[in-house]
Design a protein around this ligand. Structure first.
Ligand code: DAH
Length: 468
């Protein structure tokens, strides 16, 4: 039988002791524990789990142990009025009275009986292991002892174990004849390997192990990030709580736009600050000139859970320096005040991007999107004219869903309108797109219900569809 060094060690000890608690063994507690269970699996030992109670004296108890219990010490006060007693003496009074050693007559302490020369309760407090159960109970009730239970293991050798122990060679515990379990550089360099024995592998067949895996969504996000980086985009990030200013106003979305209503957007309590007053003036002017209404700063200061990652694009356009060309992308969580069903979630992800470059054309945008989707195996995509307050021209991207023989919407894109980009930065044109993450993933994973992303279905989580 192949035994680990620690198993042999334990077996040898048990051969002499027959049975022992883990802490009585001459080896490290953890090793002993482990070895005990290994031996038990091989029927060479048996392991019994028990509970051990230990008692801890409280600070108060330590004091009594040193100075004497208050019910004993109160006996010195026989004849004195109760009214002059301090806190601890009062405690003594109560217990001495319960013990029938004293009584109170006309407000004074009267002795009934001499306490025993050796007070049992004090003895119990000093040696709780030897105390009677009632004494322990009383000490616990008086908060003088704290009881703690500890698990303990008892290992015993079995008949088979004894036979196996007898077979172990003498001196097996000497270092030189240890079986080497791990081949390290030291074992090789020192030449120890020449004279050592190596532990044999004991490989047990295992069933399908549920190995921890990266969530399919996380894997998809990594793929998307890689795809954009490969195309020369830089990643941008930002918080999920936004001002209406960055989420809507900076995007030239008028303040009476239906998407801004409570039925579509989650508003949060409180207000956001709009630090850049010059920018605020430019955005205001753009709205008032373009949409012909009186723009309200108060409305712009409302706090929202971002409804799209386009808010991030706006923020980063504003951070551009001069007319520098930049390609940015973001993957982020967005929120819509919507009822959920098989196609809709109130909380989902968007993939957003901009190309700010004077030389950019609308055709570049379409080519870029085509290239991006072909990375994920979507070859058959089409663009349809669409509308967004911030883009002109605007398109909707659709993919052909073979299984259903239908086109499915994947996202929007367009060229940011000058009414939007002019107040933010001096670059025009800026190509922009905002894509769904969950929709194409559903197609790739063959999911029929978008809520599957949050269902934690183990079969799906283990399947690793995205990396197929
Ligand atoms: N923000 C849009 C949405 O949430 C998507 C979008 C459309 C983003 C066009 C863009 C864009 O950047 O140019 O539906």
């Amino acid at each position: 039988m192949i035994l680990h060094k620690q198993e042999k060690d334990l077996l040898k000890q048990l051969e002499k002791k027959v049975s022992a608690k883990i802490e009585e063994l001459e080896m490290n507690r953890d090793s002993a524990r482990r070895a005990a269970f290994w031996l038990a699996e091989k029927n060479l030992a048996s392991v019994k789990e028990g509970e051990k109670r230990t008692y801890q004296r409280t600070v108060e108890c330590e004091k009594y142990a040193k100075e004497g219990f208050p019910e004993i010490r109160i006996m010195e006060k026989v004849g004195r009025p109760v009214s002059e007693l301090g806190e601890e003496e009062k405690i003594g009074l109560i217990w001495a009275k319960k013990n029938n050693w004293i009584d109170i007559k006309e407000g004074k302490i009267e002795k009934l009986e001499e306490p025993p020369a050796e007070y049992a309760l004090q003895k119990a407090a000093l040696e709780p292991e030897k105390a009677a159960p009632e004494e322990i109970e009383l000490l616990k009730k008086r908060k003088l002892l704290r009881e703690e239970t500890e698990k303990e293991l008892l290992v015993s050798i079995t008949q088979k174990g004894k036979e196996e122990a007898a077979k172990l060679e003498e001196g097996a515990e000497e270092e030189d004849s240890w079986e080497i379990g791990e081949l390290t550089d030291d074992v090789i360099a020192s030449g120890k390997w020449k004279s050592s024995k190596f532990r044999k592998y004991s490989i047990a067949p295992t069933r399908d192990a549920a190995i921890g895996k990266v969530h399919p969504m996380t894997r998809m996000v990594s793929r998307i990030k890689r795809a954009f980086r490969d195309m020369g985009f830089e990643e941008i990030e930002g918080g999920m709580v936004e001002s209406a200013f960055w989420n809507f106003d900076a995007l030239f979305q008028p303040q009476d736009h239906p998407a801004r209503e409570l039925a579509d957007t989650f508003y949060l309590a409180g207000e956001e600050k709009i630090e850049d007053r010059k920018l605020l003036e430019r955005v205001k002017e753009s709205h008032e000139k373009g949409w012909k209404y009186e723009w309200s700063e108060k409305e712009a200061r409302r706090r929202v859970l971002r409804t799209h990652t386009t808010a991030l694009s706006a923020r980063h356009l504003h951070m551009l320096k001069g007319r520098e060309a930049k390609k940015y992308f973001a993957v982020g969580r967005v929120f819509r005040n919507e009822a959920t069903d098989f196609k809709h979630l109130a909380e989902f992800h968007q993939v957003e991007g901009i190309v700010a470059w004077e030389g950019a054309t609308f055709r570049d945008l379409l080519g870029l999107l085509k290239q991006f989707y072909s990375n994920f195996g979507f070859e058959k995509i089409r663009f349809r004219p669409s509308y967004f307050p911030y883009t002109e021209p605007s398109v909707e991207i659709e993919v052909f869903f073979e299984e259903k023989g239908e086109w499915m919407e994947l996202g929007g894109a367009g060229v940011f309108r000058p009414e939007m980009t002019k107040p933010l930065c001096d670059v025009y044109p800026v190509l922009a797109f905002g894509l769904s993450l969950e929709r194409p993933m559903m197609l790739m994973e063959g999911l029929k219900d978008i809520r599957a992303f949050y269902k934690n279905d183990l079969e799906w989580l283990k399947g690793g569809g995205v990396n197929r």
